[in-house]
Write a new protein. Sequence first.
Length: 173
Amino acid sequence: MGAMAISTLAGARLVENAPDAWFLSSLLPFLKGFTIFYWATGTWWIPMLAILAVWRYAYPRFPLAYDPLYWGAVFPLGMYAAATREMARTMKLDFLLSVPSVFIFVALTAWTLTFVGMLATLWRFFSADAAFQAEPAGIISQLREPPLTAKSHPHNYDRQPVATDALGLPSIR
């Protein structure tokens, strides 16, 4: 959705500047068509992403907890609002001017929720760090466990070495 919004914004800027650039004048129908195509593709992603979010979090699959990757979902929402506004203004599509007015609040809400989640995660991290520094004895004893060796490694199934011939291939005996 974010890439489509960026492409829509770029197309709207090219359409806006076409009268001042002689080489864009002949491409104007193509630019308008692809700009609307990119916007429509980005718009198509909105219900798809909403359905996937409901499927992931509404059913008891994954807990809704902060993940830094959520910032990657915040940017496209704001970019979609900006791109829709520029496209509607440039191409005089006045019926679309209400979409960015709504989506800017969606983007701000997503940004706020993600930011609050990040702050809560940082608070828990530094609170746990303070507790860790207060009682390090238990942690230090865990760090003193002997390192894994070839024999103590959990994936060593006591395999016997295979006899090989002169070329290094397993010999059949």
